[in-house]
Design a protein around this ligand. Structure first.
Ligand code: PEP
Length: 247
């Protein structure tokens, strides 16, 4: 059985004080054992968030990392640095990183491999643009992104990878894919993983992301193939986050 995972992606929001206030508000209310609750936050918040959530049901993730362990990469953060502060997850290949920071399928693959090597579970993002969707390329785009990202990931490691299907046109726009459409693409992504890993694909959790909020989370989570949600905007308010993870 795959345990659904609901992860907030705070993007570039919150100070340390605001993040600790958030945790204080939600920590005793996050009590849905059937769901894994995660917060993916900016680097400056991670150590404090990890400390503040010890003994709670909330796991913490970073939103990016470099694929090298150290070196002359000014401004970057190493996977070992994230491991040192006990990160549970790291988001890799978010569309905003692909769009604004030159993330490619190749760098995404290197990061996925390195995260697994150091013992941090990757949340690997894929998804099509509106143009690609209109050209009915959704599935072929996701196939290429997923297959390239998983190159050389071993059978032992594949179940540690979480895939987030995030149609780019639905991120931060208030537009969601219909839950049936999202389910259909996610089912297809599992077939792609199955083409690479056979039965082990049934152990890989595949989330939906794109304008998920308390009002639509249950409908999305009730789909047969959707194993969770990656949530941006609606994960920022403590009350919404609580509703999302306790949906
Ligand atoms: C995201 O940041 O991954 C995301 C899905 O954002 P939003 O929920 O705001 O659309």
């Amino acid at each position: 059985m795959r345990k659904p995972i609901i992860a907030g992606n705070w993007k570039m929001h919150k100070t340390i004080a605001q993040s600790l206030e958030f945790v204080n508000e939600v920590k005793d209310k996050v009590n849905n054992d059937k769901v894994e609750a995660v917060i993916c936050a900016p680097f400056t918040l991670l150590k404090d968030l990890k400390e503040a959530t010890k003994g709670t049901n909330i796991k913490i993730g970073a939103q990016n990392m470099h694929f090298e362990e150290n070196g002359a990469f000014t401004g970057e953060v190493s996977p070992l640095m994230l491991k040192e502060i006990e990160m549970d997850y790291v988001v890799i290949g978010h569309s905003e990183r692909r769009q604004y920071f030159n993330e490619t399928n190749e760098t995404v693959n290197k990061k996925v491999l390195k995260a697994l090597e150091v013992g941090i579970d990757p949340i690997l993002c894929c998804g099509e643009t509106l143009e690609q969707r209109e050209a009915t390329e959704t599935k072929s785009v996701c196939k290429v992104q997923v297959e390239k990202a998983l190159e050389n990931v071993s059978k032992e490691d594949i179940a540690k990878v979480v895939i987030a299907y995030e149609p780019i046109w639905a991120i931060g726009t208030g537009k969601t894919a219909t839950s049936e459409d999202a389910n259909d693409v996610i089912k297809y992504i599992r077939e792609v993983v199955s083409g690479l890993y056979g039965e082990l694909a049934n152990e890989v959790r595949i989330q939906y992301g794109g304008s998920v909020k308390p009002a639509n989370v249950a409908e999305i989570m009730n789909q047969s193939d959707i194993d969770g949600a990656l949530v941006g905007g609606a994960s920022l308010a403590a009350s919404d986050y609580t509703e999302l993870v306790n949906f």
